[in-house]
Design a protein around this ligand. Structure first.
Ligand SMILES: Nc1nc2c(ncn2[C@@H]2O[C@H](COP(=O)(O)OP(=O)(O)OP(=O)(O)O)[C@@H](O)[C@H]2O)c(=O)[nH]1
Ligand SMILES: [Mg+2]
Length: 415
């Protein structure tokens, strides 16, 4: 689930960490070389007659060349990545030691290098993980975040959402002081988590407490399911029935899809398997009348829930959209739930907007999340219409439904 979204975010964390520390490592490496050179110059004036003449002492010429090698190895270390870096740092350290053997006094700067290199060696996250009081700049992260924004858009994340994430991460990171690579990694991960949590932070509905209130009041909780064809409305009603049955509430199902051939039979099949009462009329009957009868039945029998199945309809089909509005007028549902197919990405977000404009949606159930690698709809849909995702459909069996929790989603995609 949402693998591609996860890859994008974790890839970004890695890239930002590499970029921010790589530049600093390079500077640090050449600075260290400079320090070694200046140590030699200031501490061994006798061994060098003129700054640009050849050193008299063979060993100091060897030292010079090793220093140059050290400088190169610092650069190569950056280009090659971690595995060779340990040796290279050791080399630099031994060069420093050698230079101090040559000229007895050990300068403060040399001590500094030694203590820094030993700190590097102790750090398990990598020898070059130590950086010197670096501050993250816009230049460090701009390109990488632009790349992330494009990747999010390709992954069906809505434009507003992608922009909001990028801006929030920028605001959080630019100007942060870091000391080591792990700081960049942690800050970037935290910044992404915060940005995504804010996107998903939409007041949700606790359907169980709504059912409990309905039980106490003696009025059933009426939930109507809407959406375009084939998104999973009927299957979701069977899953939601199971969910409530397990929690001790008894639903009644209204077969208000009187339009599609086989729809009533399909729902009857589920209701029979679950042992749930279904109220149905003939194909072509008025869906609002079926829903009304189901509510009356629930009231008469003291059942806590009415789940109203409706025909799939395109948001452009005016007659069917009007029919849906009529069901709403007749039974006054407590919740209208838009059932969207996660696999259709941006389309399901746009359709949710249209259904919201037409009837007013209270919550969302995204189905087929089990097959959705992109995750764009799950990340964007709630933010775009400012309604909560209540559940995710994660398979084809009755128990394949999970409550949607923003923290869970953040954990899925950032870890
Ligand atoms: N993998 C997977 N398949 C699902 C999920 N939910 C529904 N489906 C499948 O999606 C297909 C359509 O499901 P339905 O419940 O008939 O969809 P519908 O919205 O009622 O369709 P219409 O009544 O034609 O509008 C079925 O094959 C379901 O098994 C889910 O969460 N995961
Ligand atoms: Mg159906």
């Amino acid at each position: 689930m949402f693998e591609s979204l996860k890859k994008k975010f974790t890839g970004t964390i890695g890239k930002i960490s590499d970029k921010v520390t790589a530049e600093e490592e390079l500077e640090a490496a050449s600075e260290e070389t400079e320090v070694v050179k200046s140590t030699e110059k200031s501490e061994s004036p006798k061994s060098v007659e003129k700054p640009d003449t050849k050193p008299v002492d063979d060993r100091s010429s060897e030292t010079e060349s090793k220093v140059e090698d050290g400088k190169k190895s610092g650069m190569l270390g950056f280009l090659r990545g971690k595995p060779n870096e340990t040796d290279e740092i050791k080399d630099e350290k031994s060069i420093v030691k050698e230079s101090s053997e040559l000229e007895t006094p050990i300068s403060d700067e040399t001590e500094l290098i030694e203590s820094e290199t030993s700190e590097k060696s102790d750090d398990k996250s990598g020898i070059f993980s130590f950086v010197r009081n670096k501050t993250i700049s816009e230049k460090d992260i701009d390109d990488i975040l632009f790349e992330l924004e494009l990747a999010l858009l390709e992954g069906d994340v809505a434009m507003d959402v992608a922009e909001k994430i990028i801006n929030s991460v920028k605001d959080d990171l630019i100007g942060r002081k870091i000391r080591r690579r792990s700081d960049v990694t942690d800050f970037t991960r935290d910044a992404l988590k915060k940005a995504i949590s804010n996107i998903l932070d939409i007041e949700s509905k606790d359907v169980i407490s709504l059912a409990e209130n309905a039980k106490k009041s003696g009025e059933p909780l009426k939930i109507m399911f809407v959406g375009i064809n084939g998104t999973g409305k009927t299957t979701t009603i069977a899953k939601i029935s199971t969910y409530f049955l397990e929690k001790g509430y008894t639903p009644v199902i209204a077969a208000s899809d009187t339009f599609r051939a086989g729809a009533i039979e399909q729902l009857t099949h589920h209701a029979d398997k679950l042992g749930v009462k279904i109220i149905k009329h003939k194909k072509g009957a008025d869906p609002a009348a079926v829903a009304f009868d189901a509510v009356e039945h629930a009231k008469a029998k003291g059942k806590e829930l009415v789940l109203v199945d409706t025909a799939g309809r395109m948001q452009t089909n005016i007659n069917l959209m009007d029919e849906m509005k009529k069901i709403k007028r007749v039974i006054h549902p407590d919740l209208i739930i838009y059932v969207g197919d996660a696999l259709t990405g941006n389309d399901s977000v746009e359709q949710a907007q249209k259904f919201n404009e037409a009837v007013g949606i209270d919550g969302i159930i995204l189905t087929k999340a089990d097959a959705d690698a992109k995750g764009g709809a799950a990340l964007s849909i709630g933010y775009v219409i400012q309604k909560p995702i209540l559940f995710l459909g994660v398979g084809q069996s009755y128990s394949d439904i999970i409550e949607f929790k923003p923290e869970w989603m953040v954990e899925q995609i950032i870890g």
